[in-house]
Design a protein around this ligand. Structure first.
Ligand code: G1P
Length: 291
């Protein structure tokens, strides 16, 4: 069955970015000239998915407004003859069909995904965490869809992580079945390095069967007292196969202030119009020899 819907989880408080996230959704922080969440939306569109379900919470209105039409702004840009910006602003509002569901209590990623149950219905769907930005020749989600179509089962995105970083990720116990494709034997949320079954960490892209909703309804709170998606997937393994795809692109973690800054620097350096100037500026900041 074709994957038609993608859930973007954008409901968190953005605690690591406080105080700016007091009034500014983390997902709307800029990566060069676009908000973080736009990279996920574009990855979804470029992967052939037609509908986005945003899981939001209180204070996230600006995300909905961003992807909506702004007749006033369009009129202003038209009058000023700003045809480039006008085109971009119009493109944004017609990128994809977006609907919103609210997570009313912040009870964890598993609970956030469960909030989208009625909007998704009984069909396979994608989940994206917009903190994880993946750059590459072809969208990571598209690569995962090819794996989904081959095995007709749940697919997670994974990447090799440093041994000491297992505490930051869901970790899989893998059995390699093809080049960069694994059958998942078990999963554990944020284990200590000694307990980790491998160094393959889950990145914020999932293709899931609708049965995950039934399982999440019964998943008890885990790490941090929250309903963890990883725990739900471990339960789902009892009835369904799960595969993992080690995607080709490069992942950037924009979910912490330092990670966000590094991602901006990386994108700025390879940006065709501002790249040379930023490189020169970094040289100046650090002294000629250090960059
Ligand atoms: C979440 C998941 C974790 C996954 C990670 C990917 O953690 O719980 O399993 O590896 O996203 O970014 P978070 O980063 O929200 O703490």
């Amino acid at each position: 069955m074709k994957i038609r819907k993608a859930v973007i989880v954008a409901a968190g408080w953005g605690v690591r970015f406080l105080p700016i996230t007091k009034t500014q959704p983390k997902e709307m922080l800029p990566l060069i000239n676009k908000p973080l969440i736009q990279y996920s939306v574009e990855e979804i569109v470029d992967s052939g998915i037609e509908q986005v379900i945003l899981v939001t919470s209180v204070g996230k209105r600006s995300i909905e407004d961003y992807f909506d039409r702004s007749a006033e702004l369009e009129c202003f840009l038209e009058q000023k003859g700003e045809s480039g910006f006008l085109k971009e602003v119009r493109r944004l509002s017609s990128l994809v069909d977006i609907c919103t569901v609210r997570q009313k209590e912040q009870l964890g990623l598993g609970h956030a995904v469960l909030s989208a149950k009625n909007a998704v219905g009984r069909e396979p769907f994608a989940v994206l965490l917009p903190d994880d930005i993946i750059a590459g020749h072809s969208p990571a989600l598209k690569e995962m869809i090819a794996v989904f179509e081959r095995y007709d089962a749940n697919v997670l995105a994974v990447e090799r992580i440093a041994a000491q970083d297992t505490v930051k990720y869901g970790i899989i116990e893998p059995r390699e079945i093809a080049d960069r494709i694994y059958e998942v034997k078990s999963l554990v949320e944020k284990p200590e390095p000694e307990q980790a079954p491998s160094n393959l960490g889950i990145v914020g892209r999932y293709l899931l069967m609708p049965e995950i909703f039934d399982v999440l309804e019964k998943t008890p709170p885990g790490k941090k007292g929250e309903v963890q998606l990883t725990d739900g997937l471990q339960l789902l393994l009892k009835q369904q196969a799960i595969y993992a795809c080690e995607f080709e692109g490069t992942r950037y973690d924009a979910g912490t202030p330092v990670g966000w800054l590094k991602t901006n620097i990386a994108f700025a350096l390879r940006h065709p119009s501002i790249g040379p100037e930023i490189k020169e500026y970094l040289r100046q900041c650090l002294g000629e020899d250090e960059v």
